[in-house]
Design a protein around this ligand. Structure first.
Ligand code: SF4
Length: 311
């Protein structure tokens, strides 16, 4: 599959007779890294290689926008500087802190990951893919991000934006495995951290979903699409996932109840009102059961409590 990509790359660059794919990859890397030297965003998690801070930032960035993550990240790493610090805190404190970030299941996973890191890894975030993948809430993307951004491993980090960029580069829709292979293949051997951060920013700032700025794009020479014709990233693996509508959703109802619980216990009889769910007791009961199963709330004698207040 990589051969197809390389063939496409060779076809695109055939005017550069004699250079070959490796030489073109080097030229591409140089072009990207030159652009990076003046365009890389100044983000707080880029100022550290501390594996715990990197893991925290990546978990937060999984489903929340950069501008909302920034202040919460800074507050978090000041408050819980190590996995030990988080693991020895009350989970309910983390849940209160998590307000505004959304998707609180990530807080549960992060808390459980901290506990596992303390228990099985002597308090140190592991650096090996297989061990990272065993941590709660850590999938292939997050594991690779930690490997690169904390340990400078030579692997590609494939998020939604980078997947879109690679599909456009290749001129066709890509399967997840193939996109990962391409990302791994193209990583600059000497600067994997910078390469991956640069690809993130190029994809997020320039090769955007709706309005890619192809004129003057630093890697336009190696791109198969150029913004003309059907977008090859549509339908590509991991690229077109849409978030469901928030208004009226279970996510909104769950968030409302958890927010109410940060202020104090809520009687089950008042849960529907706290959630904003009208005339649907079955739905209210289901949402409470789900939150309980995820250890995000506790039920005690017809009263709901946040997280692990009983522990
Ligand atoms: S030329 Fe356009 S589509 Fe290609 S990588 Fe640059 S911005 Fe994206």
């Amino acid at each position: 599959m990589l051969l197809q990509y390389e063939t496409s790359l060779m076809a695109k660059t055939s005017g550069r007779a004699g250079k070959g794919v490796v030489a073109e990859k080097e030229a591409l890397n140089q072009a990207l890294l030159f652009w990076v030297s003046t365009s890389l965003r100044d983000l707080p998690w880029r100022a550290t290689r501390d594996p715990w801070a990197v893991l925290v930032s990546e978990v937060m960035l999984q489903q929340t926008q950069v501008n909302r993550v920034e202040p919460k990240y800074l507050e978090f790493v000041e408050r819980w500087r190590t996995p030990q610090a988080l693991a020895s805190s009350r989970f309910s404190d983390l849940l209160k802190f998590w307000q505004g970030l959304g998707y609180p299941r990530r807080a549960r996973n992060l808390y459980d990951a901290a506990t596992q890191i303390v228990k099985f890894h002597d308090g140190k975030v592991p650096r090996v893919l297989e061990e990272l993948l065993l941590l709660p809430g850590v999938g292939p993307y997050t594991a690779r991000a930690v490997m690169v951004f904390a340990f400078e491993a030579r692997v590609g980090v494939l998020d939604t934006n980078v997947g879109r960029l690679l599909a456009r580069w290749s001129g066709r829709s890509l399967q997840a495995k193939e996109a990962q292979q391409i990302a791994d293949e193209l990583v600059d051997a000497g600067r994997p951290w910078l390469w991956n951060q640069g690809l993130f920013d190029l994809a997020a700032l320039r090769c955007t979903k709706q309005n890619p700025q192809c004129v003057g794009c630093p890697v336009e020479e190696w791109c198969s699409w150029h913004g003309a014709g059907p977008d090859p990233s549509l339908g590509s693996a991991g690229v077109t996932t849409k978030q469901g509508r928030f208004q009226g959703s279970d996510r909104q109802a769950r968030g409302r109840l958890l927010k109410a619980l940060t202020a104090g216990p809520v009687p089950i009889s008042e849960a529907a009102m706290a959630m904003g769910v009208v005339n649907d007791q079955a739905r209210v009961s289901r949402l409470i059961a789900d939150l309980q199963a995820e250890s995000l709330l506790t039920v005690q004698r017809e009263v709901l409590l946040l997280g692990d207040l009983l522990q």
